[in-house]
Ligand binder design. Structure first.
Ligand code: GLU
Length: 521
């Protein structure tokens, strides 16, 4: 048995996990990490990975969010086996389409005395909260002084319902009980029922709350393991009570609550605003809103390889227990175990994300890289069909951290040099370097096979013959051809530019350099 065998699943059921986001806006990378861990766990055990859209909170519903979630998963390669798009034997996979099912289940809880109708108005709830220390809950200590079906007679209750008085249904939390469950990551977790309130399970609009719908669906969809964010740990006490109330304890899923993703400072939870604040994305894809404050960049839109994001996220809270850091999805599946997930928060480190990206960019074929940089070239008004592109990709492959950096760092290939690094020219352009450059141009004209290695040899010979330092002339050559003082191998740049273009740029630069040094500073 491997460490990750579904230990609590006494019935030996097939592993089934779900990612259950609420479509309330773009999916934060914390959500993507949750999806990823679920996916890895399912695939590791030959199980199923479900996507369930938890859209019962109509007030928080954001159009486009569901599509965004699906596109994000797709981009990361985390394709659900069942879900709103894929369908499956346990659908529908959107909670808003399962309304009747929840209502039936709620009725069964009411019939068994595990839940009750509550007709309290907002004002009544408000004055109940003022009782005692001002933080009173709707629970065993207050429920009998409220307007609900525990207090009212059956006839009164029925009358109110038929009069159309708005009501909710609440779970009746038993008193003086310890609610215990095992969390795979945190171990034994225990709640005293006096900490719990009688949570609403069915709202006045007839839709269930998260707690009820989540438990009913996990049961109906035969979920064996719940892997979700730490923020749901305290809700689990209510969920366990619901499993008990429904008589489903024997197939209750095993819970794993994932550690938080922390800000780069290590202090506090990474929030959607941190992206704007620290200047990195915290979403997988860009999210465009009419309000610019609510629009966000994504890892894709700033030029990440999806496998780099996936690899980076896998390590935010998990580690393989070895030194190896680069894992593609297949390797992650093989290495993943819930037991190697830590309890403490994982600090978000954007430099690490960039490091992963360079690792993946380095493994791409020129064609793949070309495809990946195309949208960024278009964005920058460059021609994605330029015949030099493939060679430039090859040259820049180990120099860029993101695809978005490509147009910027290679623009000079396509548009010519817009401006020279003036301070470098002033420092290095003099009679001797001018003579050398002229000599070089002269010799380059004679080169027939204009390839990097040939040109390098020709240039080296001249430089050596004249007894100058490479450091005196190479930067000038680079500025002449690219405008910049630093960059890729100068002879490879020449080969890509071709002989004609190289000579034209060198000649043009020589004139400009002389003008630059003659200009008063
Ligand atoms: N709908 C919840 C969310 O938005 C799901 C939590 C869970 O996985 O149980 O995160």
């Amino acid at each position: 048995m491997t460490a990750d065998s579904p230990a609590n699943d006494a019935t030996g059921r097939k592993v089934r996990v779900r990612f259950a986001p609420s479509p309330t806006g773009p999916l934060h990378i914390g959500g993507v990490r949750t999806a990823l861990y679920n996916y890895l766990f399912a695939k590791k055990h030959g199980g199923d990975f479900l996507l369930r859209i938890e859209d019962t909170d109509q007030a928080r519903y954001v159009p486009g969010a569901e599509e965004y979630i699906m596109q994000s998963l797709e981009w990361c390669g985390l394709i659900p086996d069942e879900g709103p798009k894929q369908g499956g034997p346990f659908g529908p996979y959107r909670q808003s389409e399962r309304k009747e099912l929840y209502q039936r289940q709620v009725q069964s809880l009411i019939d068994q005395g595990w839940a009750y109708y509550a007709f309290d108005t907002i004002e009544e709830l408000e004055s109940m909260r003022q009782v005692g220390d001002g933080h009173a809950k709707y629970d065993g200590s207050t429920r009998m002084s409220m307007r609900n079906s525990l207090v009212l007679s059956k006839d009164q209750t029925e009358q109110l319902i038929s009069d159309g008085v708005p009501y909710v249904v609440r779970i009746k939390v038993p008193e003086q009980r310890q609610i215990n469950f095992v969390d795979r990551i945190r171990g034994q977790v225990s709640f005293d029922s006096k900490e719990l309130d009688d949570k609403v399970i069915l709202k006045a609009d007839g839709l269930p709350t998260y707690h009820l719908a989540n438990v009913v669906d996990d049961h109906q969809m035969k979920i064996t393991h719940v892997i979700r964010g730490e923020e749901w740990l305290s809700s689990t006490a209510h969920h366990v009570l619901l499993y008990e109330a429904f008589g489903w304890l024997d197939t209750m899923p095993e819970f794993s609550h994932l550690p938080l993703i922390l800000k780069p400072t290590g202090k506090g939870k990474l929030s959607k605003r941190d992206g704007q604040k620290f200047g990195f994305p915290v979403f997988p894809l860009a999210w465009i809103d009419d309000n610019p404050e609510e629009s966000f960049e994504g890892f894709k839109s700033v030029g990440f390889h999806p496998a780099a994001l996936v690899n980076f996220l896998a390590f935010l809270g998990w580690n393989p227990g070895t030194e190896q850091e680069v894992f593609n999805l297949e390797q992650l599946i093989a290495a993943f175990t819930l037991d190697n997930i830590g309890k403490s928060g994982a600090r978000f480190d954007y430099d690490k994300a960039l490091w992963y990206n360079t690792q993946y960019i380095a493994t791409m074929s020129p064609d793949e890289l070309l495809e990946a940089v195309k949208p960024f070239l278009l964005q920058e008004g460059l021609d994605p069909e330029d015949p030099k592109l493939q060679a430039v990709c090859l040259l820049m492959q180990d120099r860029i951290k993101t695809f978005a950096e490509f147009p910027e760092s290679s623009r000079y290939f396509f548009t010519g040099v817009k401006a020279y690094d003036v301070s470098l020219v002033r420092k290095k352009w003099n009679e001797s370097t001018k003579n050398l450059m002229q000599d070089l141009v002269h010799h380059l004209q004679e080169v027939e096979q204009f390839e990097a290695e040939v040109v390098r040899e020709v240039a080296s010979e001249i430089i050596n013959r004249r007894g100058v330092k490479f450091g005196d002339i190479l930067p000038l050559l680079r500025v002449a051809l690219s405008g910049e003082a630093r960059g890729a191998d100068i002879f490879s740049i020449m080969e890509i530019l071709t002989k004609q273009e190289t000579l034209e740029r060198l000649s043009g630069a020589m004139l400009s350099f002389t003008q630059i040094v003659e200009m008063p500073e």
